[in-house]
Design a protein around this ligand. Structure first.
Ligand SMILES: [Zn+2]
Ligand SMILES: [Zn+2]
Length: 106
């Protein structure tokens, strides 16, 4: 059995990814980050929940976390100090902010 195995690796094209330097994650699985995502996020900004007279450090429930359920069926309750003023929802910095603005089913 003879196979002339000249593998021409022309498929190794690397696309220059802009704005993808925030990968401080654990090695392992690559996350699919595409350009659209970046653009979507660009419209909205994460901000601190503004302090009120009652609370200096108010928190909001994260809508993304709270839309999930734990494996045991309980609702996830997660408070965050951040929100998106445009959407008027509380969001964790990571990964919920990104999730919320890139997935349409919330
Ligand atoms: Zn969250
Ligand atoms: Zn938003």
């Amino acid at each position: 059995m003879q196979t002339s195995s000249k593998t021409i690796e022309d498929a190794d094209r690397r696309l220059p990814l802009k704005g993808d330097e925030r990968k401080g994650r654990k090695p392992g699985r690559r996350s699919d980050i595409n350009g659209n995502l970046e653009r979507l996020i660009g419209r909205h900004f994460l901000e601190y929940v503004p302090p009120t007279q009652k609370k200096m450090e108010p928190t909001r429930m994260c809508v993304v976390c709270c839309s999930r359920r734990k494996p045991d069926g309980k609702k996830v309750r997660k408070e965050t100090r951040y929100h998106c003023p445009d959407c008027d929802v509380g969001l964790c910095v990571v990964p919920c902010f990104k999730d919320y603005h890139t997935k349409t089913y919330y």
